[in-house]
Design a protein around this ligand. Structure first.
Ligand code: SF4
Length: 376
């Protein structure tokens, strides 16, 4: 499965928790798009097989006009072989950008999966996070998308926001379930240093939730979505049958992907990772003035490869294939990590399905810790 990710590095305003690469100034938008089109051309030999997924992420891709999105898609179709009949074409959108006419245009463009950044339905929490939309828009945008014919929808929700008790989170989740979407991604509010929340946490203006409070909300999320028929196919991702994200599943299976745009990453599926510069002017100047991509290339060592494979696959419901580790890296996990695996078994964190090592319900609560204990 081959996929292309396009990073649209623009947002209306800076969310207080966000440390992704984006700019709130749209002045350089045309130059960035022109450079992304050039980068698409420069990378045209990246894949030998057909493209199965295209993912507009960001930033806020829905900030672009349909015409701008169309130009980028045309660039991909001109330079790559795209499996048009079976393409998953996802666009991340914020609720405030989704009008009935915009949705219709996106559908005509071929977008067949929308990822909507709702985050919450609670107005004070949306204000705390400085989201550009309000609670009413959170509720209405999904219905608008469904009316426009989008059935493959996913929404993002944030838990672990400080609150006196869990009632706001419980309300958020039950409101989300009423929307009847087939996929939900949910992440804990993390306080990154170089963000407004990070600064406020330092000065005492903001007090993050306790780990235990966030863990209780995560457990409630997992339990509630399970009862409603969602499969937790990745720690933070829940889908009804047939609605896994094909694009993200590819990442988690270690498949190759190409990232286009400032701040985007690429992986050749073997040993090479490429990180495009996370700076809009540096990105477009290097391409437009020097016909060169400003990026860093990393050659993964055997150790990196093993550790990354463990970290990503142990978060998924299909688990870690120990034969893959043996065949690709000559790493015998059972032998090398016998003691650690034994301890984890005794804690009830592991389930073996043939050669697949999968985390149990309780193991999922410690997924990252378990992976790092198995690292080379
Ligand atoms: S809209 Fe998304 S990318 Fe932009 S600042 Fe908010 S969280 Fe970050």
């Amino acid at each position: 499965m081959s996929g292309i990710y396009l990073h649209i590095p623009f947002c209306k305003q800076a969310c207080h928790y966000c440390d992704f690469h984006f700019s709130t100034s749209l002045k350089t938008k045309d130059l960035v798009i022109e450079s992304m089109l050039k980068e698409i051309e420069m990378q045209k030999d990246f894949f030998s097989e057909k493209i199965k997924t295209i993912y507009f992420g960001g930033g806020t891709p829905s900030i672009l006009s349909t015409h701008e999105l169309e130009k980028l898609l045309d660039g991909i179709h001109k330079n790559f072989q795209v499996d048009a009949a079976d393409l998953e074409l996802t666009l991340e959108a914020n609720p405030d950008d989704l009008t009935a006419s915009k949705l219709k245009e996106l559908s005509l463009l071929g977008v067949n999966r929308l990822s909507i950044g709702l985050q919450s339905f609670h107005e004070p929490h949306l204000r705390l996070m400085n989201r550009a939309h309000n609670a009413q828009e959170s509720k209405e945008c999904v219905k608008l998308a469904q009316d426009a014919g989008f059935s493959n929808l996913t929404i993002d929700l944030i838990y672990g926001i400080p609150a006196p008790d869990h009632s706001i989170w419980e309300n958020d989740l039950s409101t989300a379930l009423e929307l009847n979407v087939p996929h939900i991604s949910s992440y804990c509010l993390t306080v990154e240093q170089k963000t407004a929340l990070g600064n406020w946490a330092k000065t005492g203006k903001f007090k993050p939730a306790e780990d235990e409070f966030a863990a209780e909300q995560f457990e409630y999320l997992v339990q509630t979505l399970k009862e409603k028929g969602y499969e937790q196919y990745e720690i933070s991702n829940f889908a009804k049958e047939g609605y896994y994200s094909k694009h993200n599943s590819s990442y988690w299976q270690g498949k190759p992907y190409l990232g286009i745009g400032p701040g985007a990453h690429s992986f050749d599926g073997k040993k090479l990772r490429q990180y495009n510069v996370s700076n809009n002017p540096k990105y477009y100047k290097s391409i437009l003035e020097h016909q060169k991509l400003d990026c860093e290339v990393e050659h993964l060592t055997r150790e990196d490869g093993i550790n990354e494979y463990l970290l990503t696959t142990l978060r998924t419901s299909w688990g870690c294939d120990i034969m893959h580790l043996k065949n690709i890296y000559q790493f015998d996990l059972k032998k090398e990590k016998e003691l650690e695996l034994e301890k984890m078994n005794q804690s009830g964190w592991l389930v073996w399905k043939g050669n697949k090592l999968i985390l149990s319900e309780s193991g999922k609560l410690f997924a990252d810790q378990i992976a790092s204990d198995l690292f080379l």
